[in-house]
Write a protein that binds this ligand. Structure first.
Ligand SMILES: [Zn+2]
Ligand SMILES: [Zn+2]
Length: 475
């Protein structure tokens, strides 16, 4: 009797399992059919190439796409005109998909396989046009599936501006916009398909401004005090400091204003600094020492100094419960196949790096799952990962071997390779969100792991302090 009960239970379950698979294939097919549509949207944002906090049209385009699909839009959140939240549904679980859309200054490139400027002030060298669009595609696909199957819960898209140095998400976290979120999903364009536990360095950045006294540099140098001297003295001290900081730290700077003419003693100079390390406490310590160097430089050069905090982000907190789920879904979705035209483009790009041969399996395959990854970049997703269980992945939107922030990344991101890679991410995030809606147990497990990793005594202190969003940092 018992075994027949078990059997009938199993028989009853079989169509359900089949249904789940069919469910997935319907959703994936639907996303595939919208490749062109989302490719066009991404291309528009690629063309706009708007920098951090200036992404008005890009943000507007994604807002319209989501509102046309039935999402309620709340714009201008956290005091940032280009930040927004799009929402569908209500109640538990609340699944958030993050999207970015800012471009990088000083990099401009056409969608061709040789270095050729597009004569623009900025370019999508980090592929955030794909990031924002694929996340939008995923949010809409999840919503359509929820509506069709009367699934309970909330799907949200977070429109996150100014990732590149602007720390947009930090203000959104500080504002409490993630307080009721259960899981946050994100991804990033890359040169391979992988869903390893991501790593990122905590980061603090600031602009140091020195003020001196102008005078004729030849006629009356004794009357002048050079603000540029202040910057140079500071840089010398910080460069000496490099020998005495923990391994794996990173410090970099650019002089954003060094005076205007050699025959005028500069009365103003500015240097823009980043300090990074895998642990935010180390970053805080290094940053304080950089400030001391700036103070010493001002004292020694007879100038005055002040500084403005620009960005500050936490390191990434991994969540392996979610990471395994994303890896499984990425494996289900699979990599891409290049057309002959794409392959010819990719081979040319590979040659531009001096690679003899194109590492094509990085685009066609899924990288094996690893619980630890090394990475030296930073992301404001770090702060989200300390607010709610967060998980991400990478898709091969760029030719294998391409680093971020290169002309080759802009080029591939503007072609069908970028679009194909983006759709791998859209599909993976969609399947993952569906799993979370179907199995609230995974959400609970992820929450448990999150609480353990974050620690009982965790208190969120934004590394950029209480400053308002640096809306003009790219102006
Ligand atoms: Zn970047
Ligand atoms: Zn990026």
């Amino acid at each position: 009797m018992k075994s027949s009960h078990f059997l009938s239970g199993l028989i009853a379950l079989l169509p359900l399992l089949g249904f789940a698979q069919k469910d997935n294939s319907v959703v994936l097919k639907d996303l595939t059919s919208k490749t062109q549509k989302y490719g066009d949207i991404a291309h528009q944002i690629w063309n706009l190439a708007e920098m951090g906090y200036l992404e008005e049209k890009s943000s507007q385009l994604l807002q319209k796409t989501l509102s046309d699909a039935g999402f309620a839009i709340e714009k201008g959140v956290a005091g940032i005109p280009t930040a927004f939240i799009a929402e569908y549904g209500s109640g538990f679980p609340v699944i958030a998909v993050l999207g970015e859309y800012d471009a990088l200054p000083g990099l401009s490139q056409q969608a061709v396989a040789e270095k050729k400027s597009a004569n623009k002030a900025a370019g999508h060298a980090c592929g955030h046009h794909l990031f924002g669009t694929a996340s939008t595609a995923a949010a809409i696909a999840v919503k359509d599936w929820m509506k069709k199957n009367k699934v309970k819960g909330t799907i949200r898209f977070y429109g996150c501006p100014a990732e590149e140095g602007g720390s947009g998400k930090v203000y959104m976290v500080r504002e409490g916009l993630f307080n009721d979120v259960d899981v946050a999903l994100h991804w990033h364009p890359g040169a391979q398909n992988s869903a390893n536990a991501g790593a990122a360095l905590a980061n603090k950045s600031a602009k140091f401004r020195f003020y001196g006294t102008s005078a004729h540099a030849a006629g009356a140098p004794e009357m002048g005090r050079s603000a540029l001297d202040g910057v140079e003295a500071m840089n010398v001290m910080v460069n000496m400091m490099r020998e005495h900081i923990p391994q794996e730290a990173r410090i970099h700077y650019v002089i954003t204003d060094g005076g205007k003419a050699p025959n005028v003693v500069p009365n103003f100079a500015e240097v823009y600094y980043y300090a990074r390390h895998g642990k935010r406490d180390v970053v805080i310590d290094i940053f304080d020492r950089i400030v001391k160097a700036a103070e010493g430089a001002a004292l020694g050069t007879g100038t005055t100094m002040d500084f403005e905090m620009i960005g500050g982000t936490h390191e990434l907190l991994p969540n392996l419960t979610l990471q395994k789920l994303v890896h499984d879904n990425l494996s289900k979705v699979g990599g891409m196949t290049y057309s002959n035209e794409e392959k010819a483009f990719a081979e040319k790009i590979a040659k531009s790096f001096g690679y003899g041969k194109l590492d094509i399996e990085k685009a066609t395959d899924i990288q094996p799952y690893k619980e630890k990854a090394r990475a030296y970049g930073s992301t404001d997703v770090g702060d989200v990962s300390f607010a709610v269980p967060t998980v991400g992945m990478r898709a091969a939107t760029w030719v294998p071997g391409t680093p971020a922030h290169s002309w080759q990344a802009i080029a591939a991101g503007g072609t069908s390779i970028g679009t194909k890679g983006m759709m791998i991410a859209a599909k993976t995030l969609t399947l993952t969100a569906m799993d979370l809606f179907k199995n609230p147990k995974i959400v609970e497990e992820a929450q448990l792991e999150f609480n353990n990793r974050r620690g009982k005594d965790f208190e969120y202190i934004p590394l950029l302090g209480d400053r308002p969003p640096a809306l003009d940092y790219r102006k």
